[in-house]
Design a protein around this ligand. Structure first.
Ligand SMILES: Nc1ncnc2c1ncn2[C@@H]1O[C@H](COP(=O)(O)OP(=O)(O)OP(=O)(O)O)[C@@H](O)[C@H]1O
Ligand SMILES: [Mg+2]
Length: 378
């Protein structure tokens, strides 16, 4: 039968009946349980619940069944009897399985232990020298695909729209910030740090009030340069970017997944760290690992704060993510930010080279990122 992964929404064939232990998503490799739900034929589903895609028309079975019950009750017509579908039936929405919930619980315990072992020091009174002129926010988490680039690009765009002179720094060899903004700068962060390009050449005006220091493959050379330094390599980025403070109010750094010399450099440059946490076990586990690395670096940079935790991929139709979102809010009442809901418009916008505010300004994604930007700016 066909199933939709509750995490990445990939449609795929799963055995029917699904194994008791759940199945592994062919796309994102997370585990989920698939169960067949009673459905009504697509032709009986109200038209407004059909999803039209270039490759066909799909209904949303679980929602259709519920909506039909409500609609038919209101119209006082006999309720259609839902019938099980055959193998060619449209996909069913799935729920995280018990193993996923156990893994999430274990990851949350690890985070609790981290908080207990390394409580963050009380904020120190800022001195004129310690506080940079511009706010420097690193969007980081070593786990991949949690929404770092989506968050960095749309947060930077929202801050620029709010009148802040904003610099978006792409510290990822994937260089996807330029793609998401629909621009193709010839030089970027690597060339600026290596002294090949001046700030005027390297800062690409991407939008009104928003400049981009592009990432990309050239950053591989920069990493080699950093690791070859005898001493002070961890401050390479900070030394090169500090003069840009005079040009902007906020710097947002989009970091790469994983942990390497450039990640450490970013932590020696920024003063605030914003962590997007996808609401599933693997991401929470990555977050608990990241907390250890963060604690190790912050011993050398007491001004560094884990200032914002942003739950991403919130899907209220699935029980697990909403519960994890509440858990995170309990663990970090001061740092938790408004969550970003799963919204397909957010995944479509980069292909158009537009921010969510340009591509779908009335979408839930645009509303969520506007709320996040207000929270961060405020
Ligand atoms: N809230 C959301 N709803 C739906 N899709 C999303 C959402 N946030 C991000 N995406 C999509 O999920 C994918 C991964 O997001 P993104 O590239 O921002 O993650 P990342 O953490 O930067 O990944 P990487 O670690 O590889 O740099 C992208 O295709 C993006 O469009
Ligand atoms: Mg990214």
């Amino acid at each position: 039968m066909l199933a939709i992964c509750p995490f990445c929404r990939a449609r795929q064939d799963v055995p029917d009946p699904a194994p008791a232990g759940g199945v592994t998503c062919a796309s994102c490799h997370r585990r989920f349980a698939a169960r067949r739900v009673a459905q009504v034929p697509a032709e009986e589903a109200p038209a407004w619940l059909r999803i039209e895609r270039p490759h066909g028309v799909f209904d949303r079975p679980a929602v259709v069944a519920r909506q039909i019950a409500v609609a038919t009750a209101a119209a006082s017509v006999p309720e259609p009897v839902p019938e099980p579908r055959d193998a060619a039936a449209p996909p069913v929405l799935a729920e995280p399985d018990a193993a996923e919930e156990r893994a999430a619980a274990a990851a949350l315990s690890a985070i609790r232990r981290q908080i207990a072992a390394a409580p963050e020091p009380a904020p120190r009174p800022a001195t004129a020298q310690a506080v940079p002129a511009a706010r420097r926010i690193g969007v980081m988490l070593s786990k991949g695909g949690v929404g770092k680039t989506t968050t960095a690009v749309n947060l930077a765009a929202a801050l620029a729209m709010a009148g802040r002179r904003t610099l978006l720094v792409d510290a990822d060899t994937q260089g996807q910030a330029a793609y998401a903004l629909g621009v193709s700068p010839k030089v970027g962060l690597a060339e600026l740090v290596e002294g090949i390009a001046s700030p005027d050449e390297a800062l690409f005006p991407a939008r009104e009030g928003l400049w981009l220091l592009a990432g990309g493959k050239a950053l591989a050379g920069l990493k080699r340069l950093i690791t070859r330094k005898d001493f002070g390599g961890e401050r390479t980025l900070a030394d090169a970017l500090a003069p840009l403070d005079a040009r902007c109010d906020v710097v947002v750094v989009d970091c790469a997944p994983g942990w390497d010399a450039l990640s450490v450099n970013v932590l020696f440059y920024v003063t605030e760290v914003l962590v997007p946490v996808a609401l599933e076990a693997m991401s929470l586990q990555g977050f608990s690992e990241f907390l250890q690395s963060f604690a190790a670096v912050s011993r050398y940079r007491p001004e560094l704060t884990l200032s914002h935790i942003v739950p991403t991929f919130l899907d209220k139709r699935v029980r697990g993510p909403a519960a994890l979102c509440d858990e995170l809010a309990t663990l970090y009442p001061e740092r938790i930010c408004p969550p970003i809901r799963y919204n397909v418009k957010l995944s479509e916008a980069p292909a158009e080279g537009r921010t969510i505010f340009e591509y779908a300004p009335r979408s839930p994604g645009a509303r969520d990122y506007a709320a996040l930007a207000r929270h961060v700016a405020g």
